[in-house]
Ligand binder design. Sequence first.
Ligand code: GDP
Length: 184
Amino acid sequence: MIIFVGRSNVGKSTLIFRLTGKWVKRGKRPGVTRRPVEVNWRGKVIVDMPGFGFMSGVPRHVQERIKDEIVHFIEDNAEGIELAVLVVDGKAAPEIIERWEKRGEIPIDVEFYGFLRELGIPVVVAVNKMDRIRNVGKTINFLAEKFGVPPGEIESTFVPISAKFGKNLLELRKLMEEKLKRER
Ligand code: GDP
């Protein structure tokens, strides 16, 4: 099983559509359908987790519940999860991370990355919306530092993509295949 995780609105549905040709988008009201959505991909099951974090119009306690459900799903299925693709909005993520850190809180993307790695799940970070990022290298180095990824592992962990414009998806697929081949 391969899971896709990320904050809402990072482009996760667009990316899964690009990779599988299947549209996993839920209803118009975010956070309402919280059950993971499954699609088949190259003989594997891709599970689209609900978006986590802030969603306009969704009360905070509902956001917290969604996050708890995602955490429980991952814990309960950790053995069967061969790979996680963490999708971040490359344009928005650095600002959001800095804002959370200034408040003394652990940014949710940082938390999820650490959580997945603690469970021994290989993670590829798809840095989406690269069409909107001015300095891609700088953005990735910033994220790597925040996620605690050592310089030697940046290239095998992060890949800048544009789901909307279909950019670098081959590179993403390659990275996913490599991680799937490797032992945990
Ligand atoms: P999800 O909530 O994570 O599933 O996000 P969606 O796939 O619904 O995308 C959220 C918004 O981001 C939509 O307006 C998409 O068109 C847009 N989007 C997705 N990928 C990209 C991208 O690579 N570049 C840009 N500029 N916008 C994107």
